[in-house]
Design a protein around this ligand. Structure first.
Ligand SMILES: Cc1cc2nc3c(=O)[nH]c(=O)nc-3n(C[C@H](O)[C@H](O)[C@H](O)COP(=O)(O)OP(=O)(O)OC[C@H]3O[C@@H](n4cnc5c(N)ncnc54)[C@H](O)[C@@H]3O)c2cc1C
Length: 345
């Protein structure tokens, strides 16, 4: 047996890594160390999102994790939760004007959804955790039963390496994951926006907005693949937002933007989370590809990841198993080889 410095080493102090560490500790695991390349938590996706807690999503495999996560966030014990409700526009149902007089459309009224204090939530998950900030993981390798992790501060040996590196999770875990840039815009003060107004989501046209700092926070649901950590603002996205507003929500009028930023939502090809042990390497576990749902689902994702690390089975886990990505890679390689044999590549 070689040396082991920590039992569980987690790469990433965003919602994926923090919530996993939180649940591991609740389950009685000790010897957990989180490493993050940045000086503070929330520099990347976990601090660049819209903070909306939305439990109804298109994917039936993801929805139970959203419902479980939202139910816990709603009770407000982890962080301040505003139960403002959310209108999912795009099909017949409730008229949005009941809740947001200047908006237009009908859809599903979700009274229990809302917004959460994301910085507070992340701080709750990280409280009592050992976190080494300013520490970048460069590489890892399996040595006998341990994983040796090389960082810019030295090497550490662990029994389990948790890859929760967000946009970098593909690189850390050799997985096919794509970071997609999305812009968020905050308007100047709008005296007609009630601070407790609901979130409104045009699922058909790709547009959402909610109250923020005396104005509105908006997104036109853009997604552009980019390299991890590249947050280039694209001026064309503001034009897209203006066009969508005019078409879908003309009642909001002309809006002036006070601030904007870009964040990255990281996806597997099938847009499902990647949660589970890596079949290629004993002791490597992924919590990645949380896309646009990592705040709402964080409690449940951390709970599921901790359960699996602790050897508990959970039927919810099957759709998220990393094996599926590796099967695709193997199939692609096989197809390429077959095509090469036929001389078609
Ligand atoms: C614009 C936008 C809007 C969103 N809106 C919502 C929303 O309203 N509701 C919702 O539920 N979700 C939303 N999301 C999704 C949510 O923010 C993400 O799913 C979630 O934050 C992902 O968390 P993470 O821990 O996987 O990634 P991150 O928060 O990016 O954390 C990964 C961490 O790993 C660290 N790291 C990376 N590489 C290394 C390395 N080599 N060594 C050490 N550390 C490393 C990084 O520094 C980072 O801190 C939104 C996302 C975006 C971008």
């Amino acid at each position: 047996m070689g040396r082991v410095d920590v039992d569980i080493l987690i790469v990433g102090a965003g919602f994926a890594g923090a919530a996993t560490a939180y649940h591991l500790a609740r389950a009685g695991r000790s010897g957990i160390l989180i490493l993050d390349r940045e000086a503070t938590p929330g520099v990347h996706s976990s601090g660049r999102n819209a903070a909306i807690v939305r439990q109804h999503v298109e994917d039936a495999a993801v929805e139970p994790l959203m419902a479980e996560g939202a139910a816990v966030l709603r009770d407000g014990s982890l962080a301040t939760f505003e139960r403002r409700g959310l209108m999912l526009l795009g099909h017949s149902g409730t008229d949005v004007r009941t809740y947001f007089p200047r908006a237009r459309g009908t859809g599903r009224w979700c009274p229990n959804d809302g917004t959460v204090d994301v910085a507070g939530l992340l701080a709750t998950y990280l409280a009592d955790q050992r976190v080494a900030f300013n520490t970048k993981v460069r590489a890892w390798e399996q040595v006998d039963d341990a994983i040796h992790v090389t960082t810019d501060k030295g090497t550490l040996a662990c029994n389990i390496l948790v890859n929760a590196a967000g946009a970098w999770a593909g690189r850390i875990g050799d997985l096919d994951l794509i970071p997609m840039n999305r812009h968020l815009f905050v308007t100047t003060t709008l005296d007609w926006v009630r601070p407790d107004a609901p979130c409104v989501w045009n699922t058909d046209g790709g547009l959402y907005f909610r109250p923020e700092s005396d104005g509105l926070l908006l997104s036109c649901c853009d997604e552009t693949p980019d390299l991890p950590g590249h947050y280039r603002e694209d001026p064309n996205v503001l034009d897209t937002l203006a066009r969508k507003l005019k078409k879908l929500q003309p009642g909001l009028g002309d809006l002036a933007v006070r601030s904007s930023w870009v964040g990255q939502r990281t996806f597997a090809g099938d847009r499902r989370f990647v949660i589970g042990f890596d079949p290629r390497c004993n002791g490597v576990f992924h919590v990645a590809g949380l896309g646009g749902h990592g705040v709402t689902s964080s409690w449940a994702v951390g709970r599921l990841a901790a359960d699996l690390i602790n050897g508990k089975q959970d039927p919810l886990a099957a759709p998220f198993a990393p094996d599926r990505l590796l099967t695709e890679v193997i199939a692609d390689r096989h197809n390429e080889q077959e095509l090469a044999k036929l001389g078609t590549t």
